[in-house]
Design a protein around this ligand. Structure first.
Ligand code: ATP
Ligand code: MG
Length: 721
């Protein structure tokens, strides 16, 4: 194995090697974007395996997305070849949580076949509970409660642990009671939500020390990517697993970057990374400074921007690569023109024969995607949407999945409710209410209640006939579960239920697309072993597949879901005040919110290997209303000597760029772009104030000096400008 080891270690720099080869004891790799943190994790796994320090099953690696887990699996496969039998436990916290919970479901009051609810199911369930309390759902929306519950779960707070003051935020103090009701209801449904996948594991470990001990002994090596974005629940979970008896060594390796902490709004605590060496005494902290991903200008731009944040550790970053092309800044009239010109640029890339898989459009808010989707459909440019409003969340896909969930587990009430009258078969709300009453009285699932009810006189003959035929259908489909491949079964179910026909008869513009999506759904099932395997995957995917992963296509996704990824060319549209930085973050979290937005911008720019393209539109439709916009303050924070004003822009407005970034004066001139920036006075005043703030921090620091301690000028490609 020595020769093999040399192979995969040879390409690493000394610091990376140290992080890979320090196998005993806690290790923290704290380093900027593109410095090879993920690569270190992957190589470390290969190293552990090739030195036979552990069997694959004794390694647990936690990634941030399922996509990252898949990629890591592939890379490890390549590094260690066929020599290793089995695979490490590799997945997100949630996926790992499911795996553990399925094995010990009974210990936390669940049955092994429990269902995983998504947000939509969660909200439907909460609506019922809210109605039962006679609370006005219009005034106290279920989504608001769902948000509160998620927040508590992220902080590992069970209903009895929610601080007294916090329960009052929803419906005058009923929030916590509803949270408790909700948990009770989940148990009777044999269901969990996403947050429970972490909370229930923590409970399992705490209440069953022998189970915990078993996993502590099993996982001899723990590895965590994107550690800066772990929340309290994930942190506790990990701490429990990493606990050792005194004198035992903790083999835990976490990698992260405080500048890329972008999930604060979802409960992530960047403090977790900052106190690593307190949690794991004797931890070795490794810093990586060489960026292997991006060209000099891109790196300089990102470093300059993030230097505007105050709450950061500060890191050195350099590249030995070439300066490359300057990131381009382009102003457009509105979002339609933005989509049009980005479409044209991508077609240009296509004509050059470069792969579209290497092109990404990273948006701040998912509503921005539609404009691109529309445009790309029009010009026939293949694209895929990753994250956000996903393929699997589309109406028709969700309906189809509900049918399949009912076939796989007839006690799945939420799924049953969703499709009982879709397509319409005369089983409306009144019937559903009867079924509900019956089910509740007998403590049975709806499907079961329906079976009983069709034998009684409680239903009108027509209704009874419709319900009977639906039940018979389900019985027949379920009986074919083990006989037909799941994709054939799915096709059959969609045909025989009348669901496909419903869309075939539909005259709306979307119907054709919906039918295609259904086809795509069925096709995507082929690669799974069973229907339940497929459904489990669906419950877990945080990134959409289904659009043909192998096809050459542009990726459209939110900045949040781009974390950890890289592309040759990255388009960053919508750099406007209110959209990016997002007004909500500013309103809700003030300065901290602004800094998190800036980290998001840093993540965005650092996804690019060779080309970064920033856009801002003078007009944008937000919530259906056209609004004039002001360029993002982040535009003004870009370093003038590393950024190019793109053609098409009304360049006169910008004048020559100095070395100190786009300053106030340039911004003033930008306002004179004809009628583009008819900003309401207050908004302009606000933007100018923030600009002045930003400007203040430039004082006395221009050009390269502004990198300060965070960007080592003169190392690598930054000399001579
Ligand atoms: P992020 O913070 O964005 O998650 P990261 O620190 O995890 O970035 P990686 O994705 O691991 O960085 O690496 C960035 C790129 O640099 C990848 O293409 C990787 O293959 C490459 N790379 C990393 N280390 C080396 C090396 N020693 N030699 C050559 N290429 C490297
Ligand atoms: Mg990474």
């Amino acid at each position: 194995s020595g020769a093999a080891a040399a192979g995969y270690l040879a390409g690493l720099n000394p610091e990376q090697r140290e992080a890979v080869e320090t196998l005993d004891g806690p290790v923290l790799v704290l380093a900027g974007a593109g410095t090879g943190k993920t690569r270190v994790l992957t190589t470390r796994i290969a190293h552990i395996l090739s030195l036979r320090k552990a069997w694959p099953g004794e390694i647990l690696a936690v990634t941030f997305t399922n996509k990252a887990a898949r990629e890591m699996k592939e890379r490890i496969g390549k590094l260690v070849g066929e020599a290793v039998e089995g695979m490490p436990w590799l997945g997100t916290f949630h996926a790992t949580g499911v795996k553990i919970l399925r094995r010990h479901a009974e210990l936390v009051g669940l049955k092994p076949g429990f269902t995983i609810l998504d947000t939509d199911d969660q909200v439907r369930l909460l609506k019922q509970l809210i109605a039962a309390e006679n609370i006005d759902e219009k005034r106290w929306p279920a989504r608001m409660l769902a948000g509160a519950i998620d927040g508590w779960k992220n902080r590992a707070l069970t209903p009895d642990k929610v601080p007294a003051g916090e329960g009052g935020a929803y419906a005058n103090g009923l929030g916590v009671k509803l949270y408790a009701d909700y948990q009770a209801r989940l148990k009777t449904l044999n269901a969990v939500d996403f947050g429970d996948l972490l909370l229930e594991v923590i409970r399992l470990f705490r209440e069953n020390p022998e189970v915990l001990a078993q996993y502590q002994a099993k996982f001899r090596y723990l590895l965590v990517d994107e550690y800066q974005d772990t929340n309290v629940a994930q942190y506790l979970w990990l701490r429990l697993l990493a606990q050792r008896k005194p004198g035992e060594i903790q083999n835990i390796c976490c990698v992260g970057d405080d500048d890329q902490s972008i999930y604060g709004w979802r409960g992530a605590e960047v403090d977790n990374i900052l106190r690593f060496d307190k949690d794991f005494p004797g931890a070795k902290v490794v810093r990586l400074e060489r960026n292997y991903r991006s060209t000099g200008h891109i790196l300089a731009t990102a470093a300059h921007l993030i230097a505007h944040n105050e709450g950061r550790l500060g890191k050195t970053l350099f590249t030995d690569g070439e300066d490359g092309e300057k990131p381009a800044l382009t102003s457009v009239w509105d979002s339609e023109e933005e989509a049009r010109s980005i479409g044209e640029e991508i077609e240009q890339i296509q004509r050059q024969g470069d792969s579209l898989n290497e092109v990404a459009i990273l948006v701040r808010a998912s509503f921005q995607m539609r404009e691109f989707e529309d445009r790309f459909i029009t010009i026939g440019l293949p694209y895929r949407v990753i994250g956000g409003p996903r393929f699997y969340e589309r109406l028709e896909v969700r309906d189809a999945l509900a049918y399949l969930r009912c076939v796989a587990s007839p006690s799945d009430d939420l799924a049953f409710e969703r499709i009982v009258n879709t397509p319409k078969r005369g089983l409306g709300d009144a019937t559903l209410q009867l079924l509900h009453d019956h089910a509740r009285a007998r403590q049975v699932p709806l499907m079961q209640a329906a079976k009983v009810m069709v034998e009684t006189e409680d239903l009108k003959p027509k209704v009874r006939g419709a319900l009977r035929s639906l039940i018979e259908n389900f019985d027949r489909w379920t009986s074919k579960l083990d006989l037909l491949p799941q994709n054939e079964l799915a096709e059959l179910v969609l045909e025989e239920s009348g669901y496909t026909e419903m869309w075939q008869k539909d005259r709306t513009a979307e119907a054709a697309g919906r039918l295609e999506n259904l086809k795509e759904l069925v096709r995507s099932m082929e690669e799974f072993e069973s229907l339940s395997g497929f459904l489990e995957h669906i419950a877990l995917v945080t990134d959409a597949r289904g659009e043909g992963e192998t096809e050459d296509a542009v990726s459209i996704m939110t900045l949040h879901s781009a974390k950890g990824l890289e592309f040759e060319t990255v388009f960053l549209p919508g750099w406007e005040e209110g959209l990016f930085p997002h007004q909500r973050s500013l309103d809700e979290n003030g300065r901290a919110g602004l800094e998190e937005e800036r980290r998001l911008a840093y993540v965005g720019i650092t996804r690019a290997r060779r080309k970064a393209r920033i856009y801002f539109a003078g007009n944008r439709r937000i919530h259906g209303l056209w609004q004039s916009t002001v360029p993002s303050r982040f535009v003004n924070e870009l370093p003038g000597d590393h950024v190019a004003i793109s053609e098409g822009l009304g360049t006169a407005g910008y004048g020559g760029m100095g070395r100190g970034g786009f300053g106030q004066s340039r911004f003033d001139k930008a306002e004179s772009f004809g009628s583009t920036y008819q900003t309401p006075g207050w908004q302009r005043a606000q933007a100018q104030k923030s600009l002045a703030d930003a400007q203040g921090r430039f004082t006395g620091r221009t050009g390269s000096q502004a990198f300060g301690s965070t960007f080592a000028e003169g190392r690598g490609g930054f000399q001579g400008r």
